[in-house]
Design a protein around this ligand. Sequence first.
Ligand SMILES: [Zn+2]
Length: 359
Amino acid sequence: MTTTVIAGKYVLGMREGRQALLQDHYVYVDGTRIEAVTRDAPAAGQAVIRYEQGLVMPGFVNLHAHCLRGGLFRGIPDDLEMDPWVPKLVYHILLPLTGIAAKELTPGELHAVTALGMIDLLRGGTTTLVDMWHHGQEMFFDVAKEVGLRTVGAPFIMSASNSRLGEDGNPVWDYGNDGLAQLAKSVALFKARDEGHAGLAQVAIGPHATDTCLPELLRECRRAADDLGCLLTTHFAQTPQELALLRSRYGMSASEYARDTGLLGRNVILAHAGCSTDEDLKVLADTGTHVANCAFGFAREGQNFPYARFARAGVSTGIGTDSHGMDLIGELRVTGLLSKQFFHQAHTGTAHELMRAAT
Ligand SMILES: [Zn+2]
């Protein structure tokens, strides 16, 4: 394997287990492995990728996004007049619009819009993306390869592929019930496209949410993820309505429902989890379940899901851009401010904490 050497004005590295900004250092990479971060200059004749005034740092991991929506729906969810917490945005706007896009856009157009979201991310320093999309949009992996992004793709699985809001404002799935067929498609996709941890493309099992998937389907999803040895990711505890629904239908809190249906553990990424109680967060921390904090999108809806609340509870928390702009640095800036506002402390949600969380 030939060694690649990268040099910048600064390197964001680690010193004694802590992040450190190192000046005039070189990063030696052998294949997929970082061999050294050192002041030792390379031997004469060694090619060096040099960024004279640049910062060399690990790539960002965008832990939860919908790349296709980022380009298509730019600006649409902004400034909407909505009662707080009514999950209309998801069920009246985002899901139907995504469905229309899937039907109306040509394959070339879908390809272009997905590429736009991915290029935005890559230009902003994201090198790994966990993204949820609809079955039928498997070109996601082809676009990611062209763009040069490492991806984990999780097609949505719902108890019925056309969920909608019922009279009482709760999602219903009273027609269809093709959840198991969608799960079977995801398993087939895993077998066809997953390249393992060393590859550029991985497939995850992606039940949509606790209120769009019946418990039996969630348990089947967990079983499939365990059999395949892959990640499971879903939306979780997004609104008080969702929690009230779990309480009225199953007599359980969010974390009790998660435990009952297999949504806990180190191979699980829960998007948002913002309405979790302190007790729920303790369960997520104790089970090593990961949370993708997407603070910017919720702030636009008038809600604060502060990163630092999860991190302080000991929950493994990363950062995602969700459906809105595919700008991870912008996301980090807002994430830090929202945490500082929530705790009224400048030293909360610090740049160091967030850089660690995002890488
Ligand atoms: Zn999402």
